[in-house]
Design a protein around this ligand. Structure first.
Ligand code: GTP
Ligand code: MG
Length: 195
C-alpha cells in the first residue's frame, strides 16, 4: 500500500469541498506543531509531501492525500494554537465537528500527542468530541526521540490513564518518531488493515 504512488489531492476548508467519499480514509488530528505533517511525510516516505514547518498553525486546510487507488490520508489543521483569532478557532471547530461526525468513509482518527507533554486539556476536549462522533480514535505519540526513557514512560502512563474515560478510544497507542522512524511501520500496518 505504501510502496505505491502518493499524491496530494486538494486542500479544503468546507465540507462541501471534500472529495467524493469513495475511498477508505484515516485522518491525523493534533495540536499545532505536534508533528502531523511530518508523520504523513514519514509514512509515505516523501520528504515534503505534507508541508512541515516550525510555524504553528501552518496547515489550515483539511489536506487530502491519495494513497494508491484505495485510501486517503487526511491532514487536519492543528488545534490549540494560542495566538489564533477566536473566529478562526470557532470555524475550525465547526469544520472538525462536521467532518468527524459526517464523513462516512472515515475509518479511524489518529490523535497525535507530543511524547514530551502528554494529554493536555485542549487534547481532552477533542477526545470528548470524538466520543460523540461515530469514529474510533487512536492515540499516536510523536517526537519520541526528544524525550528520555523516564519521561516517555510517565507520559505513556498518563495517556493510557486518560483514555480510560473515552469510550471511542482504541485501547492501544503507537509511539513514533518521524525523525528516527520509530513506530512508522507499525502505523502503516494499522492503516493497511482498516477497510
Ligand atoms: P501544524 O500543521 O502547524 O498544525 O503542525 P504539524 O502538526 O503538522 O507539525 P509539523 O509536522 O509541521 O512539525 C512541527 C515541528 O516539529 C517541525 O519543526 C518538525 O520538524 C518537528 N518534528 C515533527 N516530528 C518530529 C519528530 O518525530 N522528531 C523531532 N525531533 N522533531 C519533529
Ligand atoms: Mg501540518
Amino acid at each position: 500500500l505504501f510502496a505505491g504512488p502518493v499524491d496530494f489531492v486538494k486542500g479544503v476548508t468546507t465540507m462541501a469541498a471534500l472529495p467524493p467519499a469513495d475511498r477508505v480514509e484515516v485522518c491525523f488530528a493534533g495540536r499545532s506543531n505536534v508533528g502531523k505533517s511530518s508523520l504523513i511525510n514519514a509514512l509515505t516516505g516523501r520528504k515534503s509531501l505534507a508541508r512541515a514547518s516550525n510555524t504553528p498553525g501552518r496547515t489550515q486546510e483539511i489536506n487530502y492525500f491519495a494513497l494508491g487507488e484505495s485510501r486517503y490520508l487526511v491532514d487536519l489543521p492543528g488545534y490549540g494554537f494560542a495566538e489564533a483569532p477566536v473566529a478562526v478557532v470557532r470555524k475550525w471547530q465547526e469544520l472538525l465537528r462536521a467532518y468527524l461526525a459526517g464523513r462516512q468513509t472515515l475509518r479511524r482518527a489518529f490523535v497525535l500527542i507530543d511524547t514530551r507533554h502528554g494529554i493536555k486539556q485542549v487534547d481532552d476536549e477533542i477526545l470528548g468530541l470524538l466520543d460523540k462522533s461515530a469514529v474510533t480514535f487512536q492515540v499516536v505519540m510523536t517526537k519520541a526521540d526528544k524525550v528520555n526513557q523516564a519521561t516517555r514512560e510517565a507520559n505513556i502512563a498518563q495517556v493510557m490513564a486518560a483514555l480510560q474515560k473515552h469510550p471511542a478510544a482504541y485501547p492501544e497507542i503507537i509511539v513514533t518518531s518521524s525523525e528516527k522512524g520509530e513506530g512508522v511501520e507499525t502505523l502503516r500496518a494499522v492503516i493497511a488493515t482498516l477497510e
